[in-house]
Design a protein around this ligand. Sequence first.
Ligand code: PMT
Length: 222
Amino acid sequence: TVQTDFKGKKVMITMGPTQEALDPVRYISNHSSGKMGLALANAFRSRGAEVFVVSGPISLNVNKSDFHWQDVKSAQDMYEAASKIHSQMDICIFAAAVADYGPAEISPEKIKKSDSTLSISLVKNVDIAAKLGSSKKRNQVHIGFALETENEAKNAQSKLKKKNFDMIVLNSMKEAGAGFQVSTNKVHVFHASGLTAQSDVAPKDQIANLILDQIKNIPVWV
Ligand code: PMT
């Protein structure tokens, strides 16, 4: 049987890394592949939702015409693309690994090699989830991710509050088969309501469906 339990819902998903340019040839980024975000996009689509993807640079095989797909590079680009569509969304998933800091200036020319050390000054990027969370309407649901290396549950729960999420999905860098790059994940879900859930290591497609099932426990859904 085909599940269409998200039919009529508009869902935005941020995914992948961001790239923060240093000069015309270099950037600061991270190891996000976009696999977790894409698994969520596919799960929502197959369960009937209309899916709006805002993706940083990824190299996965994807049929973009299955979605409303927007490619972006920097955190600022991702913020602008997401904030344009945010008010029309029922559900927003923040699965992107957004660079927290970017170069204070983008050098117009390639930075030359000269001294033995080079210092680059970084400034804080916009926090997309926190910013959009502050304008979240009562009928909107926001789901965040937390990628942690220490004090995992505590940090995840503090991000849940700080960014006004209804639910946060913790994946630990310490667990084998979880987090960046790999095709599996292991998650711990914390709801704002206090409800929690956990998974074993499983394919990201399966984790995505577990996350969708958990979204249905959010009070605004009923
Ligand atoms: O792409 P994969 O290789 O499949 O890997 C998946 C993943 C590990 C990237 C994914 O599951 C994940 O955990 N994404 C969030 C990673 C992250 O940046 O976590 P964080 O704890 O730094 O951020 C907390 C939340 O705020 C996240 O929902 C993040 O999208 C959001 N955020 C953070 C900073 C920022 N400037 N803007 C944001 O929106």
